[in-house]
Design a protein around this ligand. Structure first.
Ligand code: CP3
Length: 329
């Protein structure tokens, strides 16, 4: 598996490629499938639909990896805080009974996700990696503590700092997220990616406590339970600091489009990503892709976007991107 080799330090001439959010609304076949299940959480927990949605981008683009179709917000769902997705608004999480939520274990129905992983692994070409994933505690908590409010992040850090049970919630999430990652790997995922999508909302003086300490605990737990596990840490907007703080753990790092690859030129860790999703949407990505390929020619690297693909992206642009990367022999 090319991606696993890259994460273990191999320098491939033709870089492996996959795309964050590759199974999703930019694909007409995804939109057709999704129509059959109007409730997004039901869709994530329907094993047949999950297998189909996971494999759709592989059938179309022959990516080097499939990512299991799911969501980072299955964790609050299985802790008993209900999650709704409102068209054009995003996720809305209901007010929770926090004392209860902090004391109860994750509902066992979460095993549906592990069954789906087993089923996908059986159907997927043995040369292609299956990526499992989790959201990191801060990113998940930032949705949970907004309780019914929508997508405004204004005042979130102050809210978190003054929220009486915030530290307890972060500890609980660290434990259940570690467990979810381990169970995905044990079910057949070859790699696990940690998403800290709201990392840049955290002020510098809180990064250790809210981002890197929980991430280190999760990664160490994964490595203890699954020796040799392949892990990618994606912290949007903070790749440089993440590498400084976590590189001793031997994991790969996602790089969003707001970080210059040249600022990371001295690192030897496996990097992933960096192409601006807006450029893929607009179609003016050729120069940037060639720069990424030039930067990565002597290092372990996974080609990807810097963040998730935008829903309006034409399928033909994705084809052009893959062809360009694969034309490099
Ligand atoms: O293809 C894949 O990457 C696999 C599936 C996947 C989804 N969500 C499916 C999804 C993955 C890896 C995620 C991760 C996720 N979910 C993140 C971290 C990655 C990132 O992009 O920052 C976050 C922050 C979420 C939370 C979430 N889920 C939001 C904010 C939304 C609504 C807005 C949006 O991006 O669509 C979702 C819903 C969601 N998750 C959809 C999909 C395909 C769209 C739902 C639909 O079909 O209407």
């Amino acid at each position: 598996m090319k991606i696993v080799r890259a994460l273990n330090g191999h320098i491939e001439i033709q870089k492996p490629i996959w795309i964050m959010r590759q199974a999703g609304r930019y694909l007409p076949e995804y939109r057709a499938l999704r129509k059959k299940s109007p409730n997004f959480m039901d869709f994530c927990l329907n094993p047949e639909m999950v297998v189909e949605a996971t494999l759709q981008p592989i059938v179309r683009f022959d990516f080097d990896a499939a990512i299991i179709f799911s969501d980072i917000l299955v964790i609050p769902h299985f802790l008993g805080q209900s999650v709704h997705f409102k068209e054009g608004v995003g996720p809305i999480l209901e007010r929770a009974n926090w004392q209860e939520l902090l004391q109860t274990p994750t509902q066992e129905d979460i095993h549906i996700i592990y069954e789906s992983i087993k089923n996908v692994r059986r159907e997927l070409d043995s040369q292609k990696a299956l990526i499992g994933f989790v959201g990191c505690p801060w990113t998940i908590a930032s949705y949970m503590i907004r309780e019914g409010k929508t997508n405004s992040f204004e005042g979130l850090v102050t809210h978190a700092k003054t929220w009486p049970l915030f530290n307890k919630l972060m500890d609980k999430l660290t434990t259940v997220i570690s467990d979810h990652a381990v169970r995905q790997l044990r079910s057949g995922a070859n790699v696990v990616q940690l998403f800290e999508s709201w990392a840049s909302a955290v002020p510098a003086e809180l990064q250790q406590m809210w981002l890197f300490e929980p991430a280190e605990k999760i990664i160490r737990q994964i490595q203890k339970q699954v020796p040799g596990a392949n892990v990618i840490y994606y912290g949007k907007g903070i790749a440089g600091q993440a590498i400084k703080n976590l590189q001793h753990l031997g994991v790969g790092f996602g790089v969003s489009q707001d970080t210059r690859l040249s600022s990371l030129k001295d690192t030897s860790v496996c990097l992933q990503g960096n192409l601006d999703p807006q450029k893929l949407l607009d179609g003016n990505f050729r120069g940037d892709v060639l720069n990424i390929l030039e930067f990565s020619k002597d290092r372990p690297f996974i080609v990807n976007l810097g963040h998730g693909i935008l829903p309006e992206t034409p399928v033909s642009h994705v084809e052009g991107f893959v062809d360009l990367v694969r034309s490099r022999q």
